[in-house]
Ligand binder design. Structure first.
Ligand code: SF4
Length: 248
């Protein structure tokens, strides 16, 4: 037995079916899901992902055009003037640590990988500033290698959905990897993160305007009235998301 959904005991097969139903619904709710960090190469994505720690993707995207123009290669980061680099990335916060990571990343890439970002998880994990989450973002979006990106939204939502009781990100990744087909991992990660940002908020999720409600054990965590919930839905497609969930 896998666990329970409401008052009903749920088998492992039942959980897998419910998870896949929810994953399918997410494709309908968020057809626009994508990596929100602007990039045109694995190096740019690695840099943007490092900058995104404790910072919004939007803020990172404001900083990166000038940054990528000034530092077009790993060698450019390796030889960067620390004060200049700090100044450029200051708006993303924790800029001293991030500058350190970028310079060390550039140096490691030049020394060990001919200046190229490697496309394997084990190799990415040896690089400064690249943790498992960042590595999976890079693999999935720059190399087309399926990866689950367990960030704060991912963790909160799979917990609410009772897909797993694990709290460690690596264990969550393993548990969800058994529920969702591997080829869907990268896009599923984008969709769940979109849902966390736009509908299933940490404080007040928009339960009454959420298409996942019938399969969600946490339905009722936020307002269940349609009008109150509709006001909580965010993002450029808020009106469409709300329209999909409009009561008949
Ligand atoms: S029903 Fe509520 S708790 Fe469940 S996924 Fe939707 S917004 Fe989140």
């Amino acid at each position: 037995m896998a666990g329970s959904f409401g008052s009903v005991t749920e088998t492992e097969l039942g959980l897998k079916r419910r998870a896949r139903r929810m994953a399918r619904e997410l494709t309908i709710i968020h057809p626009d899901a994508h990596c929100e960090l602007d990039h045109s190469s694995p190096l740019e994505l690695a840099v943007a992902t490092i900058l995104s720690a404790q910072c919004t993707d939007q803020r990172v995207n404001e900083v990166t055009p000038a940054l990528f123009a000034k530092y077009p290669s790993a060698a450019a980061y390796a030889g960067a003037d620390r004060a200049e680099l700090e100044e450029m990335i200051k708006p993303t916060g924790s800029f001293r640590n991030k500058t350190d990571s970028l310079i060390k990343l550039g140096q490691a890439l030049v020394e060990r990988y001919d200046g190229e970002v490697p496309g394997k998880l084990v190799e990415l994990l040896t690089l400064p500033g690249i943790g498992r989450k960042t590595a999976n973002v890079i693999l999935g979006n720059a190399f087309d290698v399926p990866g689950l990106t367990v960030d704060t939204h991912f963790q909160r939502l799979v917990g609410r959905w009772q897909w797993t009781s694990e709290v460690d990100p690596v264990k969550i990744e393993t548990a969800v990897g058994k529920l969702i087909e591997k080829r869907d991992w990268t896009m599923f990660s984008h969709r769940i993160i979109f849902h966390g940002r736009r509908v299933c908020h940490a404080r007040k999720p928009a339960c009454g305007a959420c298409l996942l409600a019938k399969d969600c054990p946490a339905y009722g965590t936020g307002p269940t009235g349609f009008e109150a919930a509709a006001k909580l839905v965010k993002g450029p497609r808020a009106a469409e998301i709300v329209a999909q969930a409009t009561p008949a």
